[in-house]
Each structure stands twice: as structure tokens, then as C-alpha cells.
Design a protein around this ligand. Structure first.
Ligand SMILES: *Cc1c(COP(=O)(O)O)cnc(C)c1O
Length: 423
């Protein structure tokens, strides 16, 4: 394996920054998420450099990795947050993200969540339907505050990504059809408790080509011009998240490529730019470290059964996603390779990390790293099969810090209660 992010081999051993992965696995146990502090810092810097000259607010998409230590790190780097729920807003606030740097997205914000966000004073709500506009207007009226809003439009572009993470096609549930946006803006502007401040899109995730962004942002900038002609001047153009990273052989959509493709069209927007990256900030910062439990074969397949499972990292099962899988201790080449399915202990055939993958021949108890697990890893973890969720550590240079302890059995039944009649 060539190095991925800040994971590299030294003397045949996998390190994250300057810490041997094995040391952390011995200390914190497995399965274990390991993240590199320097990677996240550099990723943010790349965005800032790529978009220099454009007034920019980076609103990190909390759903990619919501650990409050990661959020605190991003806050300290000047990032705001993009949140999709009251819980994510709470996390961002606990990490110290200023409300004026938080955008609230999502097609189904509940009245309670809207009230909470209004109390906190978020920068803006990215609104996705007419009824949501009315709801926010009414709640802001009750609370005697003004709600800042943007409309999330659906620009109808094909981002060429997995269908589950394409969000800007006509048929998707997200946003307002762009051809009706002008009408919606007029209605919003007439509502007494709303302040119309922005325009938003999010066309999907793991997008590796610039074309879809160029097409959609051009449509947005056209719309801004039409709005201006109607006397509506917006302050924020929010182009969402979605830049793709390298999991396998794909070419990453780096901030530099994105900014390069948008430079010309953004110049005429006259707005402050908001970008909501998630995966591209944290995806390759992390790996999921797991221990090989057993090796077995049947008539057609070989299996490496490891102690992590789809409840820890569901991307392969959910999206047939590719993750590079690497031994933590390099195996001498003379030991050869074997084609295996790398699977977890869960009672589902979909519980796998890789199928028909060529791996070194390894001994039971060896450590294995599932790479590129920093985004949509822990945040999508569950307790399925009553498996306590993994621990998380953050590496900084030659130090590492446990930023979430492993769950215990006791955690599993927290909040549950046997009714009296059963006792
Ligand atoms: C998920 C999401 C993002 C982040 O997407 P990435 O692909 O992780 O960059 C940003 N904005 C919205 C509205 C989202 O739903």
C-alpha cells in the first residue's frame, strides 16, 4: 500500500502520523477508529488556499464525523458547521461552534428543532419546501425573532455518484425545483418573520467530476441575477458539499480543482460563498482498525473473519463501497497472498468489508486496517447484534488521545426499562 493520508509504513509497521497503530490497538482495543489531526488541519487549509480571494465560510458537514473533539478541532480552524438535526446542532454548539457560523439543512426539520435553532440564532435555515417556509415564519413570529433563510434548490444535474448519495436530480426528495424558485423567493420575501439571505444547493456526495458543479452553480448564479432583477439581493451562495475523495482508483475532487472550475462563474455572484464539505475533510483522516479472529474456507471462498462489522462501518454493505484494506504489520512477500472475503461477526450475509480481495496470508490475531473510514464511519454505526460501538482516537504527532471510550454492555441497555408487570 502506498500511504493513504497520514497512514504510512515505517519498518514494516503501519503508523498514523508518528504513532504505531498497533500501540493504539493494544491500548484502546479493537475495533478502533483512528484519526489524524494533521490530515484534518491540512484539508481545511487546502480549501482556504484554493478559494483565497473569495469570501468563504466553510461549514463542515457534521454528519460525516460528529465526534465533539473533531468538531472542536474544526471550530479552532475557523470552520462553521452544517447540521441536519437538533442533535447535530447540539453537538456543534457543545464544541463551541458559533451560531452565526451554523447552517441548518435537511428536508424534515421539526418544529422543536426549528425553535431550538431560532433560540440559538443560527446563520440560516436552508429551506426545502413551502410548508417549511410557513412553519419557520410562524414559529419565528411566536418567538418574536426574524429567521434568516435560504432556499435549497434542486438544480437537476446528474452528479454521477451512487444513487443513494445523489441528491440533485429532479426525482430526488431534496430541495425546490429550480424553475419554481423565483416564485418561492417572492413568497418568502412577503412573509413578515423571514429574512431572505441566501441560495443553497447540495447535489450529492462522493462526486469526482467538476462538470456537475459547474453546471449547477451556473444555474444558481443565473437565478441570483433574476432575483436581483426582482429587487432581491442575497448575501450567501451555499454550494453544499460533496467533493469526492480517493478510496480506490478514483481521482479526488480536490478543493483546488473545484475552485478552479468555479472561479469564473463565482466572480459574478456577488455573494459570500459557503461550502459544506464533510467527506473531503475527514474521510482519509481515518482508518478502522480491526483484529483478524479466524480464517476459514468453503468450496468456493476463503474468509477473513474480523472483529469489526457492518455495525461499525456500513459503507461496503450499504453502498457496495470500496475500502482499501491493509495489514498493520507488513507480511513478507514470500508468504504469498490469498483471495478472501473480509467479513464481520454479524449474522447477515451483507456484513462484509471486501469481497474477493487479494490479501497477504495472515495469522489469526493480526491487526488489519480498513482505510478511508474517517467519514460516514462512526456516525453511521449502530448497536445491531448488541455490539457496543467502537472507541475513537485522535493522533497528533507522537501523541494520541482517546476521544470516545468504547461502549460497555451497560451502555447497551441505558434508557431501557422492564415494566412492573414483568418484574
Ligand atoms: C451530506 C451533506 C453534506 C456533506 O457532504 P460530503 O459529501 O460529505 O461533503 C453537505 N451538505 C448537505 C446538505 C448534506 O446533506
Amino acid at each position: 500500500m502506498e500511504s493513504i493520508g497520514n497512514f504510512h509504513y515505517r519498518g514494516g509497521e503501519l503508523y498514523c502520523e508518528k504513532v504505531p497503530v498497533e500501540r493504539m490497538a493494544e491500548d484502546a482495543g479493537t475495533p478502533l477508529f483512528v484519526y489524524s489531526h494533521a490530515f484534518i488541519k491540512d484539508a481545511v487549509k487546502e480549501y482556504k488556499i484554493a478559494f483565497r480571494g473569495t469570501p468563504l465560510l466553510l461549514c463542515y458537514a457534521v454528519k460525516a464525523n460528529a465526534n465533539i473533539a473533531i468538531l472542536k478541532l474544526l471550530e479552532s480552524l475557523g470552520c462553521g458547521a452544517e447540521v441536519i438535526s437538533g442533535g447535530e446542532l447540539y453537538r456543534a454548539r457543545q464544541a463551541g461552534v458559533k451560531p452565526g457560523k451554523i447552517v441548518f439543512d435537511g428536508p424534515g426539520k421539526s418544529p422543536e428543532e426549528i425553535r431550538y435553532a431560532l433560540r440559538e440564532g443560527v446563520l440560516m435555515f436552508n429551506v426545502e419546501s413551502e410548508q417549511e417556509l410557513e412553519c419557520i415564519d410562524a414559529l419565528a413570529g411566536e418567538m418574536k425573532v426574524k429567521a434568516r433563510i435560504a432556499l435549497r434548490v434542486n438544480p437537476d444535474v446528474n452528479p454521477n455518484t451512487h444513487p443513494y448519495i445523489a441528491t440533485g436530480l429532479k426525482k430526488d426528495k431534496f430541495g425546490i425545483p429550480i424553475e419554481r424558485a423565483l416564485d418561492y423567493y417572492k413568497r418568502a420575501a412577503a412573509m413578515s418573520n423571514l429574512e431572505v439571505v441566501g441560495l443553497h444547493q447540495h447535489i450529492g456526495s462522493q462526486i469526482t467530476r467538476v462538470g456537475p458543479y459547474r453546471d449547477s452553480v451556473r444555474k444558481l448564479v443565473d437565478l441570483l441575477e433574476r432575483l436581483r432583477a426582482e429587487g432581491l439581493r442575497l448575501q450567501y451562495l451555499d454550494i453544499g458539499g460533496g467533493p469526492g475523495i480517493r478510496y480506490d482508483k478514483e481521482r479526488a475532487l480536490t478543493p483546488e480543482r473545484l475552485a478552479g472550475a468555479l472561479r469564473e462563474v463565482l466572480e459574478s455572484s456577488g455573494c459570500r460563498l459557503i461550502v459544506e464539505p464533510g467527506r473531503s475533510i475527514v474521510g482519509n483522516s481515518g482508518a478502522l482498525i480491526t483484529r483478524l479472529l479466524y480464517i476459514k474456507s468453503n468450496a468456493v471462498k476463503n474468509f477473513y473473519i474480523v472483529d469489526a462489522a457492518m455495525n461499525d462501518l456500513i459503507r461496503p454493505s450499504l453502498y457496495q463501497a470500496h475500502h482499501h484494506i491493509a495489514p498493520v504489520q507488513l507480511v513478507p512477500e514470500r508468504d504469498g497472498t490469498i483471495t478472501v472475503d473480509v467479513v464481520g461477526p454479524i449474522c447477515e450475509s451483507g456484513d462484509y468489508f471486501a469481497q474477493d480481495r487479494e490479501m497477504p496470508v495472515m495469522e489469526p490475531r493480526s491487526l488489519i486496517a480498513v482505510m478511508s473510514a474517517g467519514a460516514y464511519g462512526f456516525t453511521m454505526a449502530s448497536n445491531y447484534n448488541a455490539r457496543p460501538r467502537a472507541a475513537e482516537v485522535l493522533v497528533k504527532g507522537d501523541e494520541y488521545h482517546i476521544i470516545r471510550r468504547r461502549e460497555t454492555f451497560r451502555d447497551l441497555i441505558k434508557g431501557e426499562k422492564i415494566p412492573e408487570f414483568l418484574e
